[in-house]
Design a protein around this ligand. Structure first.
Ligand code: NAP
Length: 294
């Protein structure tokens, strides 16, 4: 466990932050300010609430104020793309930027949500390559998961959503990008047409989020019997009903806190040009766990 070095704000202090609306719920300051204290970096991270219509001014203003880097949250992850001077390929492909890294003349856009999910799955020991993946949901988080699993060469991906049209649109986009029919869209209730009896399931709907802890998007015992690994992107509560069902029928499970942690760590690595070790990641995880407790 590394000692924490308190940041003394002085003339050399670098500023990073989060832009979005709302931002009051964010746990990101805990990640970045803990990392700054561990490394002894003279850096502070603060949330900035950006009102509708001001995102362009916010990015220009941040650059003018010598801000080192920003995270971007809802509703600006797509809008901010028009303001970047360069964009990472993966972020461009999925059409969402959640991290801005200061470069000459402006900011380069990245999507560390997707990279954070990749690292979280790896740390949890969930293999994606050559595996069948079932994604529950077709919103922003499911979109990152679907592009990631295609990128990691999953054997087949099923996107199950309440609104089938959204699942179809997502499947079309990923399939066209992958150049093959890797994603099949389905209604959630049609899960039993999936012709495999073992898969990785990624729960990417907002069902089960605290305070509605007892809810789950799919209750069928037969589904959970096929889940070898269940990853719930929700982390409040720490053990969701989805995770309980996965474990009840013999699968392994993990919540989404590691995804949150690693999207932050990867942004911090990009801003400071460092690599954060797994030991330090574990130390920050403990702080984050305390921060998100209800
Ligand atoms: P989103 O874009 O609003 O998508 C919500 C998804 O949930 C949609 O697929 C929606 O289906 C589905 N849904 C909502 N209510 C439902 C219901 N009653 N029955 C069935 N399906 C329902 O949200 P998002 O940004 O993708 O986030 C989804 C979840 O992931 C949230 O809980 C969020 O906290 C979590 N998340 C975690 C991380 C992390 O770092 N761990 C990062 C991002 C998101 P329809 O399309 O039919 O409406």
């Amino acid at each position: 466990m590394k000692d924490l070095i308190p940041v003394t704000i002085d003339g050399h202090t670098r500023l990073c932050g989060l832009i979005g609306n709302p931002v009051e719920h964010t746990s990101s300051p805990a990640i970045h300010n803990t990392l700054a204290s561990i490394y002894g970096h003279n850096l502070v991270y603060v949330p900035f609430k950006v009102e509708n219509g001001y995102i362009e001014n916010a990015v220009d203003g941040a650059y003018a104020l010598n801000v080192l880097g920003l995270n971007v949250t809802v509703p600006y992850k797509s809008d901010v793309i028009s303001k970047v001077v360069a964009i990472d390929d993966l972020a461009k492909k999925i059409g969402a930027v959640n991290t801005l890294v200061r470069v000459d003349g402006g900011y380069k856009g990245y999507n560390t949500d997707i990279l954070g999910l990749e690292r979280a799955l790896k740390v949890a020991g969930a293999q994606i390559e050559d595996e069948v993946v079932v994604i529950l949901g077709a919103g922003g988080a499911a979109r990152s998961a679907a592009f990631l699993c295609a990128h990691l060469n999953a054997k087949a991906i099923y996107v199950l959503n309440r609104s089938l049209d959204k699942a179809k649109n997502l499947a079309d986009e990923v399939n066209s990008d992958a150049g093959r029919e890797i994603v099949t869209p389905l209604n959630i209730s049609d899960w039993n047409v999936i012709p495999y009896d073992s898969f990785v399931a990624i729960q990417a709907t907002s069902v089960g989020l605290s305070p509605n802890d007892s809810e789950v998007v799919l209750e069928d015992e037969g589904f959970y019997k096929r889940v070898q690994f269940g990853f719930d992107l929700i982390y409040r509560p720490a053990t969701t009903t989805f995770m309980k069902l996965v474990e009840k029928y013999g699968g392994k499970s993990a919540n989404g806190l590691a995804m949150l942690l690693y999207q932050g760590i990867i942004a911090y690595e990009l801003w400071n040009e460092i690599t954060v070790s797994e030991d330090i990641a574990k130390q920050v995880y403990k702080v984050l766990e305390e921060t998100v407790k209800p």
